[in-house]
Design a protein around this ligand. Structure first.
Ligand code: FES
Length: 167
């Protein structure tokens, strides 16, 4: 499998070797790889599997179980949309349906180098849901117009102001 540009197998192996002796080494390894490269390249799976003496399927299963780990570099704009209970009660699924229908945007599908949309479960902004984290900034009371604008690289601050979240 060809690694995505930016991935460095030698550095990845050094990271795995450095952390493999830890108790529960899998998660520290994955976090360290993502910190280093911004994602966990699929090429890491056989390296991790061999180091931890587990199957590739197990290694892959762990990576895909945790939403924090991405398998490709993030886009320049990263939108993490909350789909936990309170945001669901505030209509996040209908919001996502509308955004999908109007703009063809869906979370958790490979995007391009401009945009990454991911699902997260609770951002601690439950009372102001539907909520999202946009480039690390919390935005609440999302509606479809604002979410589409944010996905198109619109101003996070303007979206916060529009939501009545002026600081
Ligand atoms: S449930 Fe969405 S922020 Fe808590």
């Amino acid at each position: 499998m060809t690694a995505v540009a930016g991935w460095n197998e030698e550095v990845a192996r050094e990271i795995v070797t450095r952390l493999v002796a830890l108790d529960g080494a899998m998660l520290p390894i994955l976090h360290a790889l993502q910190d280093e490269f911004g994602y966990v390249d699929p090429a890491a799976v056989p390296v991790i599997a061999a180091a931890l003496n587990i199957s590739r399927a197990e290694a892959h299963g762990t990576i895909s179980f945790y939403h924090d780990f991405r398998a490709a570099p993030a886009g320049r704009r990263v939108v993490k949309i909350c789909r936990a209970e309170a945001c669901q009660a505030n209509g996040c699924e209908g919001l996502l349906d509308e955004v999908r229908a109007r703009a063809g945007l869906s979370p958790d599908v490979p995007g391009d180098d401009r945009l990454t949309i991911e699902t997260v479960y609770c951002l601690g902004n439950c009372a102001l849901g539907p909520s999202a984290l946009v480039d690390g900034e919390l935005v609440g009371r999302l509606d479809a117009d604002r979410l589409i604008g944010l996905c198109a690289n619109g101003s996070v601050e303007d979206a916060q102001v529009a939501a009545g979240e002026t600081k």
